[in-house]
Design a protein around this ligand. Structure first.
Ligand SMILES: [Fe+2]
Length: 361
């Protein structure tokens, strides 16, 4: 059995490369100097309240900027840009683009490219250093930014959704509990909103040496794998997506509830407004019930679909992080899961900006 961290450190502290946690995970050998970007450390103000943005009969103005993009993408994919596709179905690593420098036309093309490839990994970006106002300005090009009802944000900047884990703050454990066999948790961000997330930005500030990847699955390919007969059965069905459990968890943990939770019905198969692709639009995180089905029928069908999505490793990718990585993905046609497979002695700190898209149809 491996010795404990304390035993190794006290007996032979210079052999830090061999130090592991009780779970066998490597411990960060570098002395902790705190977050690299303290401005973005999650902020929880229990008195912060947002007005309801999602009330029946009201909608947020939205027109996908990808609709007006030049399909050749001359402003985004210039001749010196290098692309590396991670899977035929989704995921492209992009080298040679600086997101902060893109013109309005380039950002339109980014929306189209993100819809087509579903997940884009931009390396060596200065995005994390351009300041909150410019970051928000870029993300707003893609839609009204969702303000999260419960997660950490940034003081004075409620548009940011902060993802943070370190030795003192293990939010994964709080969220998923400690008695799970694995920590895979497939979801599409804030699918409980009337107008859920579209083109989404996620930029890393601190990352472990290894691990902390994000798993993504193509919901278009998940739909395409189904038989024509089964696809026909799903057409027209709706499911209820709920934000209630998220709010209840925050209440249990003493966290904020900035807006009362909402539930909305969305079609199980939605069509992307730019590409015309059909995608499954259900996810284990927020989809609770198929409308019009009895409980057991709903449970049975949702379980089949959740299993199908989770097991489809041939339409999954892993997004990896390096300093300066920005991931842009389309939440309408993907689901994703964090992988908390690293010791919390490594800090993982990232920020999401979540523009809302159309009412799913
Ligand atoms: Fe997420």
């Amino acid at each position: 059995m491996a010795p404990s961290v304390a035993e190794i450190q006290s007996n032979d502290s210079h052999k830090v490369e061999n130090v592991v946690t009780k779970q066998g995970l490597p411990v960060n050998p570098v002395e902790d100097k705190g977050p690299s970007y303290p401005f973005y450390v999650p902020y929880f103000d229990l008195t912060e309240k947002f007005p309801p943005t999602e009330v029946l009969g009201q909608s947020i103005e939205f027109s996908d900027v990808g609709l007006r993009a030049n399909p050749a993408k001359p402003n985004l994919l210039t001749p010196d840009v290098k692309l590396h596709h991670l899977s035929p179905y989704l995921g492209t690593e992009v080298h040679g683009v600086q997101l902060s420098q893109l013109s309005k036309e380039g950002l339109d093309e980014l929306a189209l490219f993100a819809a087509e490839r579903k997940v884009l990994l931009f390396r060596d970006q200065d995005f994390k250093d351009i300041g909150p106002d410019r970051q928000i300005e870029i993300a707003r090009h893609f839609g009204h930014i969702q303000r999260h009802p419960t997660s950490g944000n940034v003081k004075g900047y409620p548009d940011f959704h902060v993802v943070y884990r370190d030795a003192q703050h293990d939010f994964f454990k709080d969220y998923l509990g400690s008695d799970r066999i694995n920590h895979t948790s497939w979801h599409s961000d804030v699918s409980y909103e009337r107008q859920p997330a579209g083109t989404t930005f996620f930029f890393i500030l601190d990352q472990p040496e290894t691990g902390g990847d994000t798993l993504f699955a193509s919901q278009v390919e998940a739909y395409n794998r189904l038989s024509t007969e089964f696809q026909k059965r799903l057409e027209g069905l709706k499911a209820i997506h709920s934000g209630v459990a998220q709010v209840e968890l925050s209440q249990r943990l003493g966290g904020p509830v900035r807006r009362q939770p909402v539930e909305f019905e969305h079609p199980i198969v939605r069509t992307h407004p730019v590409t015309g692709e059909k995608a499954l639009y259900i996810n284990q995180g927020f989809t609770r019930r198929i409308v019009g089905f009895k409980q057991e029928e709903s449970d049975f069908l949702l379980k089949f679909l959740f299993d199908h999505i989770a097991k489809g490793a041939d339409f999954h990718i892993r997004a990896t992080y390096q300093p300066g990585t920005v991931v842009v993905w389309d939440n309408r046609v993907t689901v994703h899961s964090a992988t908390p497979d690293f010791s919390p002695t490594f800090r993982r700190h990232a920020v999401r900006l979540t523009p809302q898209a159309e009412i799913p149809a």
